[in-house]
Write a protein that binds this ligand. Structure first.
Ligand code: ARG
Length: 476
């Protein structure tokens, strides 16, 4: 019987274990919409090229409409015996409309079909991800705007370095996520090309109009020109787009992970810089006082999983001769999981940072809570304005290297007394260098230090406000 083997050529049916091993339907069924979309575009072109009849096309369209409905309502019966999403849908179509269903596969192979489906599916997922990246950036800009004058210690080597505006710190992540969005847009361009028409590997003997199919599927460039894979061998076997996407997703998760690490540190009792809403934390089953930052911790953990998928996909390709090989079926689970993980993570971070809109007020509530006093206390512990004192002396004529040495002595003295540089009396400071005058206390203050870094990209509130305005325009 046909359902037990591919064709008359096979003398025995597949074993149950092999069936289960080779089948992909239980995960690739999520490509169903793309599969139907691709099939309809292909059928429409076959009809305009007179490769199938107008009535065949009508039958295929009718059958696909019914299948769509069946899948949406859960009535569709997915069969392991039919291996994958493509064969399941095609078999049902033939059941519903007979010969027209059998004509659909003319000039097509599952090899170019699956490559097309994955590209269509990923394209729409990337559009969602680009939107989610914009949401997260907006959340960060919102919180930044409220915290331009809040000062926290900027660290290098996790040692207090210089005072930094909390807004400036958050905007560093906005830069990262904006590059992530740029990368997604770029990968989308290369994903949005049509493999269909490559057939199994060598192209097809039918007079297909591939550009027409590309246009129908919206696989066009900015100028509206159809984008078609130009080499059939490459068309069926290229998975670069999936690897590039997963690389872009990995980078984005790495950015999330760095941010998570900071949130986790900032929330610890030793920092106490921020709090996140309780709904993003969990308690402990033994320690009644605990509120743990599970969401950022999990995001940091899930980054490993996405980076793992990148390694999986890139390794999947390395030994494959041209053209299609069944290895490629293994592209789906890592790709799907990457998309799911990234989307969930971006959604949850947008809300955790920026809060949720309260329908009663229309305002966002429940985002990150900032403890400005704790940040300021921390920055005062670390001689964060030492560079400012050195810069002060340079402006009074001392060479920078000498100023550096003078200030090191001042810091040593202040450390011995357990005070900040700004708390040393003027007479004490003047012992280190006679050029020091009463105006030194401006640069030695946190606000003075911040204001002084008023060049493009610096942390001065004036610069930070300019950046916020730029992001607002960019993000719409
Ligand atoms: N399920 C297969 C995949 O995901 C579809 C293509 C199968 N083609 C083939 N010649 N076996 O790659």
């Amino acid at each position: 019987k046909k359902s037990q083997a591919w064709s008359a050529l096979f003398s025995e049916p597949m074993s149950e274990l092999v069936k289960r091993y080779t089948a992909s339907v239980f995960f690739d069924k999520r490509l169903w919409q793309a599969d139907i979309q691709g099939s309809l575009a292909h059928a429409e072109m076959l009809a305009t090229q007179n490769i199938i009849g107008a009535s065949d096309l009508a039958d295929i369209q009718r059958g696909m409409a019914q299948i769509t409905q069946e899948i949406e309502t859960g009535a569709f019966e997915w069969k392991l015996d039919l291996e994958d999403v493509h064969l399941n849908i095609e078999a049902r179509l033939t059941q519903l409309v007979g010969d027209a269903g059998k004509r659909l596969h003319t000039g097509r192979s599952r090899n170019d079909q699956v490559a097309t489906d994955v590209r269509l599916w990923l394209r729409s997922e990337m559009d969602l991800i680009i939107d989610l990246l914009a949401d997260l950036q907006k959340s960060l800009v919102d919180v930044a705007e409220q915290n331009v004058d809040v000062i926290l210690p900027g660290f290098t080597h996790l040692q207090v370095a210089q005072p930094v505006s909390f807004a400036h710190h958050l905007l560093a992540y906005v830069e990262m996520f904006s590059r992530d969005a740029e990368r997604m847009v770029d990968v989308r361009r290369r994903t949005n090309r049509l493999p269909l028409g490559s057939a199994a590997l060598a192209g097809t003997t039918y007079p297909l109009d591939r550009e027409r199919v590309a246009r129908t599927l919206g696989m066009v460039d900015e100028a509206g020109n159809p984008q078609v894979c130009q080499n059939s061998l490459d068309g069926v076997s290229d998975r670069d787009f999936a690897i590039e996407f997963t690389a872009a997703a990995s980078l984005c998760m790495v950015h999330i992970s760095r941010f998570s690490e900071e949130l986790i540190l900032w929330m610890s009792q030793n920092f106490g810089f921020v709090r996140i809403a309780d709904r993003f934390t969990t308690g402990s089953s033994i320690m009644p006082q605990k509120k743990n930052p599970d969401v950022p911790e999990l995001a940091r953990g899930k980054t490993g999983r996405v980076v793992g998928h990148l390694m999986g996909l890139i390794t999947l390709m390395k030994g494959q001769p041209l053209a299609y090989n069944k290895d490629n079926q293994e592209d789906k689970e890592p790709l799907f999981d990457t998309v799911d993980t990234l989307k969930d993570t971006l959604r949850i971070f947008s809300e955790m940072v920026g809060g949720q809109v309260n329908p009663a007020t229309g305002q966002k509530e429940g985002g990150i809570t900032v403890n400005a006093a704790a940040m300021e206390a921390a920055v005062k512990k670390g001689y964060a304005t030492a560079t400012d004192l050195a810069d002060y002396l340079v402006k009074k004529g001392l060479p920078f290297r000498d100023a550096h040495e003078v200030v090191a002595h001042a810091v040593k003295t202040a450390q011995g007394l357990g005070v900040d540089l700004s708390e040393l009396p003027l007479e004490t400071l003047q012992k280190f260098d006679s050029r020091i005058e009463a105006d030194v206390f401006g640069p030695l203050s946190l606000q003075g230090s911040l204001n002084a870094r008023n060049t493009l990209g610096g942390t001065a509130p004036a610069q930070v406000r300019l950046q916020i305005a730029r992001h607002r325009v960019r993000l719409g």
